[in-house]
Design a binder for this molecule. Structure first.
Ligand code: HEM
Length: 153
């Protein structure tokens, strides 16, 4: 009787500890829904901005809107270039750093293209800004998606 009382507090601590860790445990999903990823959301912003240049077309009349769209594009690229794409999980560990570096490097190219577009806008060269969006950005988008987007899109 005396013995069991002596051990009771320790038993309580152990049971409480086990319960707390069971409640704290949350399994991490291995594959998240693509639509729920931050990269996905930023990419949608980039897409909408480029659509403005490629479809509507920047011009002297809408230059304020064109700058706004370009700034949204740039903020989105800056945000997602330092994130890790879902597809990196499937790359063997020894090659993962190279894979993520390649991803980031291509988005740096996208940022660089957007700066060329900005210079064109500043110099009122609207056709040139629209051309970069239509041709150079589209080529980069295709190359980036072929390598980094994955099959579930
Ligand atoms: C430059 C113009 C680009 C545009 C406008 C663009 C647009 C988009 C869009 C709309 C999506 C969503 C597609 C869907 O759910 O069906 C997407 C996804 C994605 N893009 Fe891009 N993209 C561009 C460039 C790039 C580049 C250069 C890379 C890689 C270096 C890249 C990597 C990805 C990845 C990894 C996803 C999947 C994100 C996720 O769901 O987790 N994109 N992009």
């Amino acid at each position: 009787m005396v013995r069991s009382l002596r051990f009771a507090p320790l038993t309580l601590v152990l049971v409480a500890g086990a319960t707390a860790s069971a409640l704290a445990f949350r399994p991490t999903p291995v594959v998240e829904r693509a639509e729920g990823s931050p990269i996905h959301d930023h990419m949608e912003t980039m897409n909408a901005a480029l659509k403005f240049f490629a479809k509507t077309g920047a011009s002297a009349e809408n230059r304020v809107k064109a700058f706004e769209q370009l700034e949204k594009f740039q903020a989105a690229v800056v945000a997602c270039k330092s994130m890790t794409p879902e597809t990196a999980k499937a790359v063997e560990e020894a090659k993962r750093a190279e894979f993520v570096t390649g991803y980031r490097s291509m988005l740096v190219d996208a940022l660089s293209n957007s700066c060329r577009m900005e210079k064109a806008l500043l110099e009122a060269k609207y056709d040139e800004a629209n051309r970069i969006a239509r041709e150079d950005m589209n080529a980069l988008k295709k190359a980036g998606h072929d390598k980094y987007e994955g099959d579930d899109h």
